[in-house]
Design a protein around this ligand. Structure first.
Ligand code: GAL
Length: 816
């Protein structure tokens, strides 16, 4: 690849070319001539879960194949099976080989344009053909990649056939549920011969102050066909309201090589900074002119912010200290499997925001690009992670086998794809990498750090280390800007002595286990194994439910309270990423069948918060919190541990049927208060007070028999775009309207209108019911139905019925 490097300043000095540096506050729309097209290429594919011979040939007959729209994950449609090759670690769902085909035409008039197909991610080992021509293979299931179609296209009436083989047969290849298929978006990109190369801009802000931001833009222009002419590269910056705030033009460019890099510099006066609270986004618009005609336009997001990590004072965003309050998440979306859906991702982030989370770790792989768009827009920081293993395998058929051939390409593509997102503040080059125990760790870390720094020096690099000690061979490479602790909260306070002058981040923390709505006493006695693998389930919990009192933890981890108590104490502990924000498919630690999804989430797989969500909310937000639990349906005479998480108050008083059970105040570093109450049916009521004045009250009543269903849609109006979702919570209530805390009624769903059921769930880790069904049992009083719009405007009704219960209907508006 040959590159020419132009810097705006050097042009001015040598006088060969001319660049203008302009700042203005002129008002202009960001609408640009449509010279580049990026079309959603996800509709009307044919699919078969099989490996038929010659399926890449255009003449192959696929008429019997299933018709579907992408993104698609075939594993989530399968049956749970203890003997599935993926193992329960992989979610106990099937893998296999599948083929996708799509036919399309290209108009004659398009001759001369370039066509590319962009895949955001295919799990895994994808191979792609256009009209029978082999375009290539991509082993990594999380990498985004492009192929050029132009030389093989047919124009006019003739059909083009794109064929994709996806091979996820060799399992296990992952420690968690991966999904199978073209599970992310696909785009058809059309450009002129002279255009911005794929991921061809890199925008940085090396100087940021209240007064001005210096914006440096590097643009790689592709002129593969060596077009002649006089070229101008315009770069314009628009604010969120569409006002032009800066522009620069590099004129009289020659593009003698296939790829030419041009550097430009702009100044944005009085920039609106990107922050968690106000994630102001600018847009950088690139416009290329050839002989006076616009031949390409391209947009890059820009968030103007500065940040740094300090060995003593921790993390700063825009000069202000703040703790990174993060969660690790895997990429599955519960009942939707791995098939990306923007609304489902947005909902996850909204739920996390409600708890006070301000950062996401994309454990342990490149995320869907839309996640980063959402983080930019919603104000989340991101630790963007590349690999769960390097050359040494963790699962028998994992990416380690492709490492030698692919790691450089995968890492480079990942950095280039993600480096313009203001949300991304840390690169992670690996998680719990086995090489840390041997000398290879130093060499590989050095190589990877070199690859990243070559493409981006604006963000620190870390690794989630199992053994965060100075003799760790990855740490000894000297390449890590941040020392990444996975667990070891007992050692956090030794950090300044163990790593003098170094910067700390808890890349992964906690790994406590819980099942929503299940409680085993005593609440304040922590159960940690390894002596017995079934210990989290407490004696007698044959249904493999785990207590949600925050009293069960893995031996390598801690309870939620244990880690947070240490982390909150010292500014040099810059932040942490909880394992995990949401329960995820697979890794049902401690691996007792029929558990098939994890217990680690603060929120369950269906998106229903567990109680500890409110501990974080009371600590991480300023919202007034008083969360009282557990439910109030017990055997008479049982002593029940009643807990409250609260803030903005100095005491809480608990009443049982009107009788005070005492006032409790958090002492020292307490994060909750506790009462031991002999159960009597009736009402428990908590009152929080500040300076003697009531702040909040909460009440829980003993529920009677299940009598009715109530439906609560998170959104009652959604877009009729074939993608948008309404998440409908199904509650089982008694006649008086109390949630029945152990209700497990089977609920049937019926849809009237232009929508489908995209999935159902109840958050129970051991449920063997399919996520793709029109019925679901409630678990501990709740289940979820996910309704997906089709493409026609109108009204749709979702009705939920259950034997012996009063049914319920919710109406959702589908908007065009
Ligand atoms: C960590 C690992 C995670 C997950 C977690 C479960 O060691 O990095 O991927 O396996 O343990 O506790």
């Amino acid at each position: 690849m040959s590159k020419r490097f132009y810097s705006a300043f050097s042009f001015l000095c040598v006088g060969v070319l001319f660049s203008v540096l302009v700042s203005s506050s002129g008002c202009k729309s960001t609408e640009e001539p449509q010279v580049r097209q990026r079309a959603d290429f996800t509709k009307n594919w044919s699919f078969v879960l099989d490996d038929p011979a010659s399926a890449q040939e255009p003449s192959f007959n696929d008429r019997q194949w299933r018709k579907l729209n992408l993104p698609h994950d075939w594993s989530i449609e399968g049956k749970f099976d203890e003997k599935a090759p993926a193992g329960t670690g992989g979610g106990a769902l099937p893998g296999g080989i599948g083929w996708y085909r799509k036919t399309f035409t290209v108009e004659e008039a398009e001759k001369g344009k370039l066509f590319f197909i962009d895949f955001d991610g295919v799990y895994t080992n994808s191979e792609v053909w256009i009209n029978g021509h082999y375009l290539g293979k991509r082993p990594n299931g999380y990498s985004s990649f492009r192929y050029e179609l132009t030389p093989h296209l047919k124009y006019g009436q003739e059909q083009n056939v794109l064929a994709v083989k996806v091979d996820n047969a060799q399992q296990p290849n992952s420690r968690w549920y991966s999904g199978s298929g073209i599970y992310r978006n696909v785009w058809l990109v059309k450009t002129n011969p002279v255009h911005v190369a794929k991921d061809g801009t890199f925008v940085t802000t090396p100087q940021v102050s209240q007064e001005a931001a210096k914006v440096v833009v590097s643009t790689i222009i592709s002129n593969v066909q060596k077009q002649q002419g006089s070229f101008v590269l315009h770069t314009l910056v628009y604010d969120q309201e569409g006002h032009e705030v800066a522009k620069v033009a590099s004129e009289n460019l020659t593009l003698p090589d296939s790829l030419t890099e041009v550097k430009q510099e702009l100044t944005v006066a009085t920039p609106k900074l990107w922050s968690i609270e106000q994630p102001h986004l600018y847009s950088v618009v690139t416009r290329i002119e050839q002989d006076g005609k616009v031949v390409d336009t391209y947009q890059t997001p820009l968030g103007i912010r500065s940040f740094n990590f300090d060995a003593q004072k921790g993390f700063f965003l825009n000069g202000k200290p703040m703790k990174i309050l993060g969660v690790c998440n895997h990429h599955d979306l519960g009942a939707l499997g791995a098939a990306i859906n923007v609304r489902a991702l947005e909902r996850q982030l909204e739920i996390m925001r409600g708890m006070g989370v301000n950062a996401i770790r994309t454990s342990h792989n490149p995320p869907a690009p839309e996640l980063l768009d959402l983080c930019d827009r919603m104000g989340f920081l991101v630790m963007d992670e590349s690999f769960d293993m390097w050359k040494k395998e963790k699962s028998k058929f994992d990416y380690s086998h492709s490492w030698d051939q692919w790691h450089q390409r995968d890492l480079e593509d990942f950095i280039k794809r993600d480096r313009n997102h203001p949300s991304v503040i840390v690169w992670s080059i690996g998680n719990e990498i086995p090489e840390q125990y041997g000398p290879e760790g130093t060499a590989i870390a050095t190589e990877l750090v070199g690859i990243v720094k070559n493409l981006d020096t604006t963000r620190p690099i870390t690794v989630g280390l199992n053994e965060p000690y100075p003799h760790n061979s990855i740490y000894k490479s000297g390449g890590l800007d941040l020392v990444g602790f996975n667990y070891h909260h007992q050692d956090f306070e030794k950090f300044p002595q163990a790593f003098p002058g170094q910067k700390f981040i808890a890349t992964e923390a906690v790994s406590a286990l819980m099942t929503r709505g299940h409680y085993d006493t005593p609440a304040d006695s922590i159960r940690r194994w390894p002596k017995r693998w079934d210990i989290p389930f407490h004696d007698g919990n044959k249904d493999l439910t785990v207590s949600a009192y925050d009293n069960v933890s893995t031996p390598w981890g801690s309870t939620h309270e244990e880690t947070w108590k240490v982390l909150k104490k010292h500014p040099y502990l810059s932040g942490m990423f909880i394992w995990t924000g949401f329960d995820y498919l697979g890794e049902p630690t401690p691996y007792l069948w029929p558990a098939r999804s994890s217990y680690f989430g603060v929120v369950d797989l269906a998106g229903f918060p567990k109680d500890v969500y409110y501990m974080y909310q009371s600590e991480w937000t300023t919202k007034p919190v008083l969360h009282l639990f557990p439910h109030w349906n017990w055997q008479p005479g049982k002593t029940v541990d009643v807990l409250a998480y609260y803030n903005n108050a100095d005491e809480v008083e608990l009443f049982l049927n009107g009788t005070s059970q005492g006032i409790r105040k958090k002492q020292g570093d307490d994060l909750h208060v506790l009462w031991r109450v002999p159960f009597q049916p009736g009402t428990i009521r908590a009152v929080s007070r500040a300076n003697g004045k009531e702040v909040l009250t909460r009440e829980i009543k003993t529920a009677g028999a299940a009598a009715k269903i109530v439906l609560e849609a998170d959104r009652t109006a959604i877009n009729a775009d074939g993608k948008d979702l309404s998440f409908v919570t199904v509650k089982i209530l008694d006649q008086a309207g109390n949630l029945v805390p152990n209700a497990d009624n089977l609920v049937n769903f019926k849809i009237d209108g232009k929508a489908t059921l995209a999935g159902v769930d109840n958050g129970l880790q051991t449920s063997m019911e399919s996520f793709k069904a029109n019925h679901r049992k409630a678990f501990n009083g709740l289940c979820l139905a996910i309704l997906q719009a089709q493409e026609e405007a109108g009204q749709v009704k979702l009705t939920a019925t259950s034997e012996g219960l009063q049914s319920a209907t919710v109406t959702i508006e589908l908007k065009k």
